[in-house]
Design a protein around this ligand. Structure first.
Ligand code: URP
Ligand code: ZN
Ligand code: ZN
Length: 461
C-alpha cells in the first residue's frame, strides 16, 4: 500500500522544508514535492509538522521495584507512548541477582512479544557482574542488545561496586557496546537516609533531601573516569543535577566519549513537588527532583549539546496502593514516575514554544540523537527515503490539558495534572500503518517488533 502525506512541513534534526512524504509499505519511499505521485491513501498535513516518530530510550515496563512492579505492561505502555508521538522504545531487561543475563533477557522478550504495539529494543541491566555474565555480554551485543546499565545506587538491589563496574566496562570496550550508568553514590545516600528517618523525617520530601546533588556529581565524575580508564563510551542516564552536568561537560571538554540524557521531570518539576505530605510520593524517583535552580542549567546543557537526549525513565506506580508502601518511611516508596506519553508535548511546549530550543533541536533530542547513539540510525529517527515510516503528523498549535483522566498510561495520577501544553500528535504511523488518528486507537496488540541494534562503540561523537 502507498500512502502520501501531503502539504506538511517535514522537520528533521538537520532542517525543515515544505514537502510531501510517500510511504510504500513499511518504509519511506520519497520526500519532496510529490503532488502527482500515485497513492492508495492521502493524508493532508497542511499547517502541521511531519516529524520522525520519537524514540524513548529509557522505559521500564513491568519493572520489579520495592516489592511491586511498574504498572504499565508492554501493551499499555507502548500504546500510551504512541498516543504521545513515540513510535519506538528501548526498555531495560533485568538480570536478577544469581541469574544469567540470558534468563533476564528471555523474560523481557516474553513480556514484550505479542504485546508491544510499537517497535522495541532492550538494554540489559547487570545486577551480577561475574565471569559468566561477562562472557554473556558479547553474545547479547551480537544479537542487538548492545548496551548495559549498571548502578552505583540502590545498594543491595542493583548496586555494583567500582570493581564490578570497571570489569563490565572493560568487556564492553572489547565488544563495541555502550555502558549506561545510574550515577548516584548509593552507600552515602543510605547513610544520610537512615539518619533522616531516625530523626523522624519520614515524608517523601526527604527522599529529595537526602540524595544530595553532590552525590550524583561525585558518582558521575567517578564513572566517567572509570570509563576513560577502560576506553569505553559511557552514557549517563536520567541526569538531574548541575553537579552531574558539570562532570559531563568537563569530560566532553577534555574529549572523553561521555554522553548524557535528562528527562522532562528534571526540566519541569522540582523538589517543591515532593512536599505536601504523602502526596509528594507521586514525585518520588531517583535521582530525585532538584531545587528549581538546577532546571536552567539543564536547559543550557541541552542547548549547548552537553546533554544529547531527552528520555522519560517511564516507571509508573499507582499512588493508591503502590506508592502507599512507603507511608511512614520514604525509603519504601517505589521509585519512578509515569511519563512516556507526555515527553513530546512537554518538550514542544516548554522547549520550542517556550523559545529555548528550535523545532529541529526538539527532533534531534527526541529522535535523531537516540537513533544515532543507540544503533538505529538510518532506520529510525529521520524522515528520509529508506527509513521506516514511523511518522507523526504533529499539530504545533493545538492545546490540551494533561490529566490522569484522559491519559492512556495505566497509572492513577499524572505528575503534570492540569498543565496546558501547546502541540499534539494528530496522526501516528508505525512502519506505514496509522495506529493513532484524531485521538482514536487503530493499532493492534502485538504488532510491535523487536529492534536488534548495531553496536555504536566509540564512533558516536
Ligand atoms: O526512580 C527511578 N528512576 N526508577 C526507575 C529505576 C531507575 O533507576 O531508572
Ligand atoms: Zn536508574
Ligand atoms: Zn530508569
Amino acid at each position: 500500500m502507498r500512502t502520501l502525506i501531503q502539504n506538511g512541513t517535514v522537520v528533521n534534526a538537520g532542517g525543515s522544508s515544505r514537502a510531501d512524504v510517500l510511504i510504500d509499505g513499511e518504509t519511506i519511499a520519497a520526500v519532496g514535492l510529490l503532488t502527482n505521485a500515485a497513492a492508495d491513501v492521502r493524508i493532508d498535513a497542511t499547517d502541521k509538522y511531519v516529524i520522525p516518530g520519537a524514540i524513548d530510550v529509557h522505559t521500564h515496563m513491568e519493572l520489579p521495584f520495592g516489592g511491586t512492579f511498574a504498572k504499565d505492561t508492554f501493551e499499555t505502555g507502548t500504546r500510551a507512548a504512541a498516543f504521545g508521538g513515540t513510535t519506538s522504545i528501548i526498555d531495560f531487561a533485568v538480570q536478577s541477582r544469581g541469574k544469567s543475563l540470558r534468563e533476564g533477557l528471555d523474560a523481557w522478550h516474553a513480556k514484550a512479544e505479542r504485546n508491544a504495539v510499537i517497535d522495541y529494543g532492550f538494554h540489559m541491566i547487570m545486577s551480577d557482574v561475574n565471569a559468566d555474565s561477562l562472557r554473556e555480554m558479547d553474545a547479547l551485543v551480537a544479537e542487538g542488545v548492545t548496551d548495559f546499565k549498571l548502578f552505583t545506587a540502590y545498594p543491595g538491589v542493583f548496586f555494583s561496586d567500582d570493581g564490578a563496574v570497571f570489569r563490565a566496562m572493560q568487556q564492553t570496550a572489547k565488544n563495541g557496546g555502550l555502558i549506561l550508568m545510574h550515577a548516584e553514590n548509593g552507600p552515602a545516600i543510605d547513610v544520610v537516609a537512615a539518619q533522616a528517618v531516625e530523626a523522624g523525617q519520614t515524608d517523601p520530601y526527604f527522599h529529595g533531601v537526602v540524595r544530595y546533588p553532590i552525590f550524583e556529581g561525585e558518582a558521575t565524575n567517578r564513572v566517567i573516569r572509570l570509563a576513560e580508564a577502560a576506553g569505553v563510551p559511557v552514557y549517563i542516564v536520567h541526569l538531574s543535577a548541575r553537579d552531574a552536568l558539570d562532570a559531563v561537560r568537563a569530560a566532553r571538554d577534555r574529549g572523553a566519549n561521555a554522553f548524557a540524557e535528562t528527562c522532562p521531570q528534571y526540566l519541569f518539576l522540582s523538589l517543591d513537588d515532593l512536599g505536601n505530605g504523602f502526596e509528594g510520593a507521586k514525585f518520588v524517583c531517583s535521582p530525585p527532583l532538584r531545587t528549581a535552580d538546577h532546571q536552567d542549567e539543564l536547559w543550557t546543557g541541552l542547548v549547548k549539546g552537553d546533554l544529547q537526549v531527552i528520555s522519560t525513565d517511564h516507571c509508573p506506580f499507582d499512588f493508591h496502593d503502590q506508592k502507599q508502601l512507603g507511608q511512614g518511611d520514604f525509603r519504601k516508596i517505589p521509585n519512578g514516575l509515569p511519563g512516556v506519553e507526555d515527553r513530546v508535548d512537554l518538550m514542544h511546549d516548554g522547549g520550542v514554544v517556550g523559545g529555548r530550543i528550535s523545532r529541529e533541536r526538539w527532533v534531534e533530542v527526541l529522535s535523531a540523537a537516540p537513533a544515532r547513539l543507540f544503533g538505529l540510525e538510518g532506520r529510525k529517527g529521520v524522515v528520509a527515503p529508506g527509513a521506516d515510516a514511523d511518522l507523526v503528523i504533529y499539530d504545533p498549535d493545538r492545546r490540551h490539558t494533561i490529566s490522569a483522566k484522559t491519559h492512556h498510561m495505566n497509572v492513577d495520577y499524572s505528575c503534570y495534572e492540569g498543565r496546558v501544553v501547546q502541540g499534539g500528535s494528530d496522526v501516528v504511523l508505525s512502519r506505514g500503518e496509522v495506529i493513532v488518528e484524531g485521538g482514536e486507537w487503530l493499532g493492534a496488540k502485538g504488532r510491535g517488533k523487536f529492534l536488534p541494534r548495531r553496536p555504536t562503540g566509540g564512533s558516536i561523537r
